[in-house]
Design a protein around this ligand. Sequence first.
Ligand code: ATP
Ligand code: MG
Length: 302
Amino acid sequence: MGKLIKKARSLAKSFRVEDGRKFRLKDFDPDETLGLEHEEGIKDRAANLLQQGVDILAEMQEKLYAQDRWALLLIFQAMDAAGKDGAIKHVMSGVNPQGCQVFNFKAPSPEELDHDFLWRTSKCLPERGRIGIFNRSYYEEVLVVRVHRELLTKQKLPASLVTKKIWKERFEDINAYERYLTRNGIAICKFFLNVSRGEQKKRFLERLDNPDKNWKFSVADAQERGHWDDYMEAYEDMIRNTATDYAPWYVVPADNKWFSRLVVAAGIVEALDGLKLAFPKVDEEKRKELTAARIILEEEKP
Ligand code: ATP
Ligand code: MG
């Protein structure tokens, strides 16, 4: 287990951004595989490695639950068809469903629009001992809302608060909020699945070609491609301003699903490993109770 954790740590490190100030998206290739794509049988080996990672995650999650001190919040952001759903499904496949909850955040409802932008996600934060997954999150505020300014109008903010500084202020508020959460025992780990425009096109065409995938295709998603450059700028600025040591971003190369899932698993292993999880130690009093329970059980008539 130690060896695998070490491997995960080194894989995670290549894609983790803890200080966004110098971050540039063009330094991160969506097609990156650290040269592994040339190795023979790599997809089978990657699947095998992922399975080992999934097993470790399951063990760690059990300790997280038993210890009941920390919670882990995993945030996933990406362009459409980058593979968020698949990554979540595969990486969390071994984890006890009782210890883990996934929330999807879509266009906000009228009720949600009547509240501050952190309200709807706050209600879904994981309890101690649990893993919470946000499939999209409050980061949509500095992505889709930034790209489509008219969405900001729908929020009915007081006019005096909507200035040129609004995105800078949103970043400050997100950073303060995430610091607050981590100081309250909610560890945070954020994943940007970085897919290329070409690969997205390929995946959209697959959705059109394959009747079983037709349901996944949406015309609106295809239209969003027209704003690709604006989105990339928004993502870059988001990571520049919100990658911190207490809530790092992983910029996950997402053109190869077998690789992106490994990186996501590695990031989660790294986050849980950092919490120094252990099963709670039984104290003297509890030990006496256990001994007494054993005696009662053994004395029971058959
Ligand atoms: P996904 O696209 O994540 O796989 P989906 O296709 O099931 O999920 P959609 O109905 O496409 O769900 O809803 C996601 C859409 O909601 C995205 O286009 C996203 O940009 C938008 N959205 C999420 N949060 C917000 C927000 N705060 N303001 C406006 N739009 C939002
Ligand atoms: Mg969608």
